[in-house]
Design a protein around this ligand. Structure first.
Ligand code: LLP
Length: 421
């Protein structure tokens, strides 16, 4: 459930009409609902209660500091994959002991900065990285808390570009090598083993791949404990999918996911960490755009929007479906027709949807892409010299621009001419 509903015939974000925001901010823009973010975060904490747990929001899905503060103020931890994300979490007031540092290629500079600033744990993805973390920790006269990300060789049954738990993927240390890897970690002077980490992919719509991976983690916990390792925390990653096409998708709910975690890992007396991104941010955000032209093509009609693939790349990159809603509600029974919904960018990949049944929209009408909160704004670029679109946060009947639209001058002023030109 989200807080984007029609009221009086106009799509609202909580208590604010999207037409009002469009008039104030211009289109396109991203809009996020504080109440939806909070609700989704609480669903996870409730699902894991009474197990000791920390829900670490995967910042990569939506990294605006105002969003992070909304969640951080509720007690959320953060999962970061770069020092840039770490600094965003800190800028949002999240203490280091609630920040988990994941990612396959942490540099020594990133490791140092996180150790100096405070970090809950590093999720280690390879033996060389483990050695680097130890070296940096020793040079700072400290020890680094670590979990090793194991690759369980489980098929997440999701889009190939976002599956991470098969042995052919670049992520983690193969679970078959976990025992020697933990033995080496225990020997390294700068490391303190605190747990095990696993993340098998994103947009999973079944629980069974998770369960298969978590059972392997449960077995590994017992094996490692028998060898004298202190396994106090299990970080289970993120990945729970959301319904993108509301009419026919019903992925498992956080309560089902929580019940499965309790069933498979509850007996181990570990603190559970999870790293959900999409399920918290995805349906908390919309991308709002305006129709520039309706173009009648050969046997098809194009709805040309002022938003493009540079603003929301998911359809072009993952063949992803996003529901498209007219901001002004159409009455039931009003005619619809199929449109190819496209942006102005100069490539055919700049297509949001093909043959989508929509009401008879016209120039100037507003539309909203649903489920655009996750991996929307964060993956945007300035391709075709289109400035990044602004982000707006709604809280009840208030809204605020939480990232401004840059001016063209600001965008161009970042380029510098060399001396010889
Ligand atoms: N933890 C780790 C280590 C991850 O790599 C990811 C996502 C997450 C947590 C959060 O996963 P989530 O709960 O959001 O599924 N850009 C793609 C998704 C990439 C996911 C990358 N890793 C998309 O738009 O679908």
């Amino acid at each position: 459930m989200d807080h984007f509903l029609y009221r009086g015939g106009i799509l609202h974000a909580e208590d604010v009409a999207l037409t009002e925001i469009a008039a104030a901010v211009g289109t396109p823009f991203y809009i996020y609902s504080s109440a939806t973010l909070a609700r989704h975060f609480r669903l996870f904490t409730e699902a894991l209660t009474p197990l000791p747990h920390l829900v670490c929001f995967a910042i990569k899905s939506l990294s605006n500091v105002a969003v992070l503060k909304t969640l951080g103020d509720l007690g959320a931890g953060m999962d970061v994959v770069s020092i840039g994300e770490y600094l965003r979490a800190r800028a949002a007031g999240v203490p280091g002991d609630r920040i988990v540092f994941s990612g396959v290629g942490k540099t020594r500079a990133e490791i140092r900065a996180a150790l100096e600033g405070g970090v809950r744990q590093f999720n280690v993805e390879s033996e060389p990285e483990m050695r680097a973390i130890s070296e940096v920790a020793v040079s700072l006269g400290t020890t680094a808390p670590i979990a090793i990300r194991v690759n369980p060789d489980v098929d997440a049954q999701t889009h190939a570009k976002i599956a991470t738990g098969k042995s052919e993927n670049k992520f983690g240390i193969p679970i078959s090598r976990a025992v020697p890897a933990y033995a080496e970690a225990a020997r390294l002077p700068g490391l303190r083993v605190v747990g095990i980490d696993v993340h098998i992919g994103s947009q999973l719509t079944e629980l069974s791949p998770f369960e298969m991976a978590f059972r392997k983690v449960a077995d590994l916990t017992e094996t490692l404990r028998a060898q004298g390792h202190r396994i106090e925390r299990l970080d289970l990653g993120g990945g729970l999918g959301i319904p993108y096409a509301r009419s026919n998708e019903a992925p498992p709910l956080p309560t089902d996911y929580g019940a499965m975690i309790k069933r498979t890992l509850g007996h181990l007396d570990c603190e559970i960490e999870i790293e959900p991104g999409r399920l918290i941010s995805g349906n908390s955000g919309l991308l709002v755009a305006q129709v520039i032209y309706v173009k009648n093509g050969e046997g098809r009609d194009f709805l040309i929007l002022d938003a493009a693939m540079n603003d929301l790349i998911r359809p072009a990159m993952y063949e992803a479906h996003h529901d498209i809603l007219p901001v002004i509600e159409t009455a039931p029974g009003e005619p619809t027709r199929p449109f190819d919904v496209v942006g102005p960018v100069c490539e055919t990949g700049d297509t949001f949807a093909r043959g989508r049944e929509l009401p008879l929209l016209a120039e100037g009408d507003l539309v909203a892409f649903r489920s655009a909160g996750a991996y929307g704004a964060v993956m945007a670029s300035e391709y075709n010299s289109r400035p990044l679109v602004p982000e707006v946060l709604v809280h009840g009947d208030q809204f605020a621009v939480i990232r401004e639209r840059p001016t063209f001058d600001e965008m161009i002023a970042r380029d510098k001419l060399p001396r010889w030109l």
